[in-house]
Design a protein around this ligand. Structure first.
Ligand SMILES: [Mg+2]
Length: 294
């Protein structure tokens, strides 16, 4: 049987160090255009949120761009958007906010949240929420394919990858579909630095790191670079190192990687004190509650 995670299980170790890099909002400046132009218009259209479009847009932007949930998989992010709308005092009481119970149930037991596993579940159960979610997610991918172009890597990404790739194996670890990742990394000529591009078809980031690294690298020689708490959580779950890309301060973060952190990591000097200070600053930079709830 075809195993979508086979490339992770046979990850080709060439160096003693492994660097896992998230894509959206970490390496590529794509978060704004993807959410504002691709995800949100389809969310409003496919879930009949036209009467509350103004609120839906703000809630989705908060979840996906500004909150501690930034960077989570699209399906739980969609449900969090619905939850915010349901509990937002400003949203008119007559507005119908989807509950999407079928999608909630699917997320509870499925670990690989992607269009393929969703399609299989939708066909097997005939659940209307799953069918609707699949139509929405498919439309998002189509909109991304025609919309997201010319969004370059942040400054110092290319230089950092080049520096790291000389002495470390590099893996892209993202919850976007692999097809979009390959297109975007190739468009900007940075795919050459990655030994593997792992997308949502291969599971979540926690699984990507575990499968690629276990039995191949010492834990302190594995580094996850990410812009979201979900990336930090994936690193912590695997007890590997984390380097944060601060939202809105991406170039500054990558300059630090290029000028200092890369050498620290490769020279085994990326210790608890150095990492801890970065993580503390990162955790303070994201909002816990939307402005309308405080
Ligand atoms: Mg990200």
């Amino acid at each position: 049987m075809h195993d979508p995670q086979a490339p992770l299980k046979s990850f080709p170790r060439k160096h003693s160090h492994l660097v896992c890099v998230d894509s959206d909002g970490t390496a590529l400046d794509t978060m704004e255009v993807k959410h504002k132009e691709c995800f949100i218009p389809n969310t409003i259209r496919y879930w009949d949120l036209q009467p509350v479009a103004r609120y839906a847009r703000q809630a989705a932007e908060f979840v996906n761009l500004y909150s501690r949930d930034r960077g989570i998989n699209r399906f739980p992010a969609l449900l969090k958007t619905f939850d915010l709308l349901e509990h937002w005092p400003g949203v008119p009481a007559w507005a119908k906010i989807p509950r999407a119970e079928g999608l909630r149930a699917w997320i509870q037991h499925e670990t690989r949240l992607n269009n393929e596993t969703l399609r299989e579940a939708a066909e097997r159960t005939g659940d209307p929420d799953l069918k609707r979610a699949l139509a929405w997610s498919t439309a998002v991918n189509e909109t991304v394919a025609i919309t997201v172009h010319h969004c370059p890597p942040f400054p110092f990404v290319r230089e950092s990858l080049e520096r790291l790739a000389a002495r470390a194996d590099i893996m892209v670890s993202s919850v976007m579909p692999a097809e979009a990742l390959a297109r975007e990394w190739n468009e900007h000529g940075i795919a050459q630095y990655a030994a593997l591009i792992a997308g949502q078809e291969m599971g979540g980031k926690r699984e990507h790191i575990a499968l690629a690294s276990e039995g191949r690298y010492d834990r302190e020689r594995v580094l996850m670079i990410g812009d979201a708490p979900a990336d930090l959580a994936a690193a912590k779950a695997n007890r590997v190192r984390f380097f944060p890309i601060f939202p809105e301060r991406e170039a500054e973060s990558w300059r630090l990687m290029y000028a200092e952190a890369a050498e620290k990591f490769l020279g085994d000097g990326y210790d608890d004190a150095y990492e801890g200070a970065l993580i503390a600053g990162f955790e303070k930079s994201l909002q816990e509650k939307p402005s309308w709830m405080t």
